[in-house]
Every structure is written in structure tokens, then in C-alpha cells.
Unconditional design. Sequence first.
Length: 181
Amino acid sequence: MNIPLLFFIAVFLTVIFVYNQLIRLRNLVKEGWSGIDVQLKRRADLVPNLVSVVKAYAVHERTLFEEITRIRSEALQPHTVEEQGQSESALTRSLQKLLLLAEAYPGLKADSHFLELQRELAAVETTLQKARRYYNGTVRELNTKIETFPQNLIAGLFSFKPAPFFSLSSDAERSTPEIEL
């Protein structure tokens, strides 16, 4: 066999190998985003129940309830990763206000439905945090692969683009809401 043919075969096999790696990583990023999306929907589904339980105790806090309802509706709309991060930051802040409001009502803090909803919300927040870490890990792998040589040549050839990281806008929103049981 001649050397140019061997070189062409080696390049061709490398392109196939790298392309398949990039496809695998892109699919992992999509899977990671799907995990975040599922947890965000679970959290959004808990919000109306939590609001209705608190509403029974705190009738005069109408503006907070309306704000949470509006923000929840916005959070359920399809967004880019960056827009979803902003939307979820707003929902997290509103939920934290709601949980702080509960502190002012001792009867509410003892209500079994409220306590169960708090437990579920804490579990969802923990799972959501794990899903965000997984997503960002797969994004890091994909972006690193796309940006390093020689993979960047193949990624450019097949129009692979870096994926955005899922991030929140403040340190307070990065932590799980404090929920006292």
C-alpha cells in the first residue's frame, strides 16, 4: 500500500471517530437538559399546591400569590438555556418569599399538607441541583471537544456549536431554599 492511501484512511477514520464522539456528547447534553426540564416541571407542578395551602392562612398576601402564579407560567414556557436560568431564578426568589411568609404563621408551619409540600419541594430542588451539575458537565465535555485541536476542525466542518451552560444569576439562587420542617 502506498503512504498517501494510508494517510487518507487514517484521516477518514479519525474524522468518523471524532464525529461520533461529538454526536454522543451532543446527545448527552440534550439528555442533561431533559433532566433539568423534568425537574423544573415537577417543581412548577408543586407551586400551585404550595400556594393554595399558604393562601388559606395568609389571605392578605395576594400580590405574592399573583407574582408566583405569573412567574410559574412564564417558567413553563419554552426558553433558551439562558432565558430558562433567568426564569428559574425569579421562581426561586418567589418560592423563597413564600417559604419566609410561612414563618409568620405558626399554624401553617404545623399543617401536614404544607410540611409534605415542603419535603417534596426540598427533594425536587436537590434533584434539580444534580441535574444541573450533570447538564453542565456534559456541556463542558462537548465544548472542550469542540474547541480542542484536531476535533475543532471536524466540529467546524460539521457545524457543531458550543452549548450554553445553565447558570443562575445570583449566589443565593444557586443554593437549595432553606426549608425548616
